[in-house]
Ligand binder design. Structure first.
Ligand code: UDP
Length: 198
């Protein structure tokens, strides 16, 4: 995939449909992938915080999650095809997972929120295979706590892991732990669990 430089961030020149197909083929081939949907908050945080910038740069795909980023790319004569938002990708992959029987894991949000998100998903997507979930209120830098969560996720062998720990924690968590997984598409989804908990 070609990249477009937006304030030092190589944003993937890819549309939502192509990215969806690429991620499906990664799942089919049991390959790992890390997707960051770069919204303005992410871009600004990366500008200020070098270690967060490194985390972002380790992603397989960085999409433009903001019309401002798409417009900036046009001004630079290197147009990105369209906005690709984390929430939209999450909904795409809930549908894809139900259709193709992919196993998903949800990580993030408050305990009462994530249980409600799971309840809603079970209600609206009765054939969706939710392998497991965990709230997002743990210390991402606590080695013991993180190892327990990583081991639990690894044992469940999910095809997709939705990570909604907020910025910058979600991308830092994936970047730090990615090497411990053999497979899985890691999709950072911000506050999407709260939306799905409705
Ligand atoms: N979140 C979390 N752990 C934390 C902080 C936030 O799981 O320590 C979750 C929060 O409950 C929400 C999501 O991350 O579901 C996004 O949080 P917030 O709106 O604060 O961040 P932003 O939208 O700015 O990324």
């Amino acid at each position: 995939t070609k990249n477009v430089d937006i304030l030092g961030i190589p944003v993937s020149s890819i549309d939502r449909h192509t990215l969806k197909n690429n991620l499906i083929s990664h799942i089919e081939n049991a390959e790992k992938s890390f997707v960051v949907t770069a919204n303005p908050e992410i871009v600004m945080t990366a500008k200020k915080n070098n270690s967060y910038m490194s985390a972002i740069l380790s992603a397989s795909y960085i999409t433009a999650d903001g019309i401002g980023i798409v417009k900036a790319s046009r001004i630079m004569n290197n147009p990105l095809p369209e906005r690709v938002a984390g929430y939209d990708l999450m909904v795409d992959f809930i549908r894809v997972s139900q259709e193709y029987s992919y196993k998903i894991f949800l990580l993030g949000a408050k305990p009462e929120v994530i249980t409600q998100t799971v309840r809603n998903l079970e209600k609206y997507y009765p054939n969706l295979h939710i392998a497991g979930y965990h709230d997002g209120y743990f210390n991402i830098h606590d080695e013991e706590e993180t190892t327990l969560i990583v081991e639990r996720i690894r044992a469940l062998e999910p095809d997709l892991i939705f990570v909604g720990l907020g910025v910058p924690r979600q991308e830092e968590w994936v970047a730090e732990n990615y090497h411990r997984f053999d497979k899985g598409v890691f999709l950072c989804v911000g506050g999407s669990f709260d939306v799905l908990a409705g």
